[in-house]
Write a protein that binds this ligand. Structure first.
Ligand code: ZN
Length: 218
């Protein structure tokens, strides 16, 4: 716990350098830290549609960070609490994307500043983009189970829920052998089918059981 606090505090230095209006506070009882304040950004998508804005936010860093990632909320009352805005209405938490996608983005720059830059800012930018231009910049992901299927269909380049389940099941439970048949059911060898993407995804050490649990409502 103490070790975790010092990691968080040292990572926060980088946050402060880039976002001077954010402040950190320890919540001793729960072993968590809260970052609060105003986050300003200036972002573009596809070299166009530049948006500059500032949001009041709250980032709760769990005691087991970075195994578990922070929870983000907007505190200025600008984003209506609605799944249409990708907010879990019961707790006001941002839905930053499919689990694997969120972890994958975090791993590329695994610090609090990386989390803000690569996950929180794109979320806020998308919200502003939709308000201003009527659509999400990176394409809209559905929620819950549907969102998981949609995300993996694109990732695996497959059409059916059934293929997604087979490939996720493989990622969760099976050892990789290139000469075995691909779990998607194409009849090809793994190495000639989904081998490359599956190896990459297995290397991420993500627990794919998490998504199967959601899909099967376990
Ligand atoms: Zn395949």
């Amino acid at each position: 716990m103490v070790e975790n606090f010092s990691r968080i505090i040292s990572e926060f230095t980088e946050v402060k350098e880039n976002c001077p209006d954010l402040f950190i506070k320890k919540k001793e009882e729960e072993g968590t830290c809260i970052i609060r304040g105003n986050l300003s950004f200036d972002a573009v998508y596809d070299n166009k549609n530049q948006i500059q804005d500032t949001f009041s936010i709250e980032i709760e860093i769990p005691a087991d960070y970075p195994d578990k990632l922070p929870v983000v909320k907007e505190t200025g009352g600008r984003i209506p609490l609605s799944m249409d805005n990708h907010i879990y209405t019961s707790i006001g938490k941002f839905c930053l994307g499919a689990n694997f996608e969120v972890q994958d983005k975090f791993k590329k720059q695994p610090t609090l500043f990386g989390f803000i830059k690569n996950l929180v800012v794109p979320f806020l930018y998308s919200f502003c983009h939709k308000q201003k231009f009527g659509e999400m910049p990176y394409g809209e992901l559905a929620h819950g189970t549907e969102g998981i299927f949609q995300y993996y269909k694109e990732k695996f380049q497959v059409e059916s829920d059934d293929e997604v389940i087979k490939l996720l099941g493989f990622l969760a439970f099976t050892k990789f052998r290139g000469h075995h048949d691909c779990p998607c059911g194409s009849g090809k060898r793994l190495r000639n089918c989904h081998g490359d993407i599956l190896i990459k995804m297995k290397d991420s050490n993500f627990d794919f059981r998490k998504d199967l649990v959601i899909i099967f409502n376990l």
